[in-house]
Design a protein around this ligand. Structure first.
Ligand code: ADP
Length: 261
């Protein structure tokens, strides 16, 4: 096991795209695990009511007493919901389906946009990276992530209409940046489910690189069967198939993420 170093400046990164199925949870799990294996201390905050990060890392849902919902709406301290060492170097604040109610219940709360920021802000200095897995919408939960985050990691699927919705996401980012979180910016754009055999994938890569330039990570994540299987075994890809293409790409991505700091 790597020697754990003294934690440096914490980076809070929201993994965000209001489109579903683009690889947010897969990236949160596997980037988190890769960073953890490289000796970083990582907290994964599951902000998606589907709780895919939690189940994908083998958290038994019926055993979760309190989740991120209770942090946002019941003033439960974040420490109390964190499950430590779910993988090497990786802790998780899990989500349950209760979180689905938060979107509506937050509306009538004071400081509703700042709930997550207040909670994760208290974790600065304890982790190198705090990764927030966002829900597939631009509602209040996502706004909470935009306010809490230092930077955004935007996964884009190498499929038809890859950039659809991105303008709207960037508008949300700008709105939050101008009012609530002036230093918010894009950390990187991640191409996901890349298939080197198709011209469509290559076209999407070109299109996204043209639009975002050097913000795009050099490593695209390939579409692999192992990556889609790993969650049903409750394991990150670095455990489920450590030598495969999926694991190697998430490790390469983790190196880029560290280097970008
Ligand atoms: P999101 O969190 O954006 O909704 P997910 O990470 O849950 O997206 O991915 C959507 C589906 O695609 C899941 O079934 C997941 O296992 C699968 N998937 C994600 N990334 C890959 C990949 N690189 N290769 C193969 N399947 C993938």
């Amino acid at each position: 096991a790597p020697v754990r170093h003294v934690v440096g400046q914490t980076k809070i990164i929201a993994i965000i795209n209001q489109k579903g199925g683009v690889g947010k949870s897969t990236t949160a799990i596997n980037l988190g695990a890769a960073l953890g294996e490289m000796g970083k201390q990582v907290l994964l905050v599951d902000l998606d009511p589907q709780g895919n990060c939690s189940s994908g890392l083998g958290v038994e849902k019926s055993l979760i007493q309190q989740c991120i919902y209770d942090v946002l709406l019941n003033d439960v301290p974040l420490e109390e919901v964190i499950i430590p060492d779910i993988a090497e170097g990786l802790d998780i604040a899990p989500a349950t389906i209760n979180l689905a109610g938060a979107e509506v219940e937050l509306v009538s709360e004071m400081a509703r946009e700042n709930r997550l920021k207040d909670a994760v802000g208290g974790m600065r200095g304890k982790y190198d990276f705090i990764l927030i897995d966002c829900p597939p919408s631009l509602g209040l939960l996502t706004v909470n992530a935009l306010v809490a985050a230092d930077k955004l990691l935007i996964p884009i699927q190498c499929e038809f209409y890859a950039l659809e919705g991105v303008t709207k996401l960037l508008e949300s980012m700008k709105r939050v940046k101008s009012r609530l979180n002036p230093t918010l910016d894009i950390y990187g754009i991640l191409l996901t489910m890349y298939d080197s055999r198709t011209t469509l994938s290559k076209q999407v890569v070109d299109e996204v690189r043209e639009y975002f330039g050097r913000l795009v990570f050099a490593t695209p994540i390939p579409r692999t069967v192992k990556l889609s299987e790993a969650p049903s075994f409750g394991q990150p890809i670095t455990q489920y198939d450590p030598k495969g293409r999926g694991a190697l790409s998430y490790i390469e991505l983790a190196k880029e993420v560290i280097a970008r700091g």
